[in-house]
Design a protein around this ligand. Structure first.
Ligand SMILES: NC(=O)c1ccc[n+]([C@@H]2O[C@H](COP(=O)([O-])OP(=O)(O)OC[C@H]3O[C@@H](n4cnc5c(N)ncnc54)[C@H](OP(=O)(O)O)[C@@H]3O)[C@@H](O)[C@H]2O)c1
Length: 257
């Protein structure tokens, strides 16, 4: 994929990985739109990024996606790249019954339904434009779960599986289907995890992770697994019980609380 001259929509671009993607794509001479739920955070991102379009939009709300699509169609009819990056992660004790039904599954609404709905809305436009691509941001945790975040990991496994099917179904179209499976990356998402949770895991800098992503895109590498993510995939395939046992250690801390 060409890394310049694109019109790129990044969901969840007000912080972390999405923000850094926007920064690196703008530097490479692409037109970038970022979305998020919170307008203050988007305006703050715009101040830092400069030449970016911000649109308030919630991927877990189909009406909000429809409004976003209509605005993009009007203002950016040449949109050729969609990056499904918006996501949330929670630790959930499955033995606790304190969460409401909506809270328990909100990660599914955002990480899975949001991605499927966004592709459904934007694929017809992507198909009309040259050099089109859609990107799913899954996780190294798509390959092996971190059991203290059970719903999150299930959403990322779903995103990985969905990407394989989408790629197969679009093989006769000109739309390329990429998956970025980041390893632990230094963003706000990891802020809730304490030192014990992160034992043995070295979080990658967001700048280096996104640089690996752009390199993978430029080489048309359809599944991009930077840093420890490729090890997670390898271990899950060849040593599944061992890696799951390692990843399950933090459950003891959760139950001790
Ligand atoms: N950081 C890691 O270690 C790591 C590892 C593997 C995969 N990932 C994945 O990478 C992606 C980005 O994560 P991050 O680490 O950059 O997290 P982050 O810093 O918390 O950023 C998440 C972004 O998503 C937006 N967002 C959340 N819910 C949304 C919704 N319903 N609609 C639209 N935007 C929404 C947030 O803005 P608002 O809150 O204002 O909406 C924010 O801009 C996620 O899919 C995550 O699962 C992260």
């Amino acid at each position: 994929m060409n890394l310049n001259g694109n019109n790129i929509l990044i969901t969840g671009g007000s912080s972390g990985i999405g923000f850094e993607m926007a920064k690196q794509f703008i530097a490479a001479k692409n037109k970038v739109i970022i979305t998020g739920r919170n307008m203050d955070r988007l305006e703050n991102a715009k101040q830092k990024l400069g030449d970016v379009t911000i649109i308030q939009s919630d991927v877990s709300n189909p009406d909000s996606i429809k409004e976003l699509y209509e605005q993009v169609l009007k203002e950016f009819p040449d949109l050729n790249v969609l990056i499904n990056n918006a996501g949330v992660m929670s630790t959930i004790n499955l033995q606790d019954h304190n969460l409401s039904a909506n809270e328990l599954t909100k990660e599914i609404d955002i990480n899975v339904k949001g991605t499927i709905w966004m592709n459904d809305a934007f694929l017809p436009l992507l198909k009309k434009n040259k050099n089109a691509a859609t990107v799913m941001v899954s996780s190294g945790l798509a390959f092996v779960p971190l059991p203290i975040s059970p719903v999150y990991c299930a959403t990322k496994a779903a995103a990985h599986s969905y990407t394989l099917s989408l790629r197969a179904q679009l093989k006769n179209s000109d739309v390329k289907v990429f998956e970025l499976a980041p390893p632990a990356t230094e963003t706000e998402m990891l802020a809730d995890f304490n030192e014990e949770d992160m034992k043995g895991i070295s979080a990658m800098s967001v700048q280096a992770m996104v640089a690996d992503f752009l390199k993978g895109l430029s080489k048309d590498k359809y599944e991009i697994c930077p840093g420890q993510s490729s090890q997670m995939k390898f271990m899950s395939r060849y040593f599944p019980s061992f890696i799951l046992k390692q990843m399950s250690k933090t459950v003891d801390r959760m139950h001790a609380n």
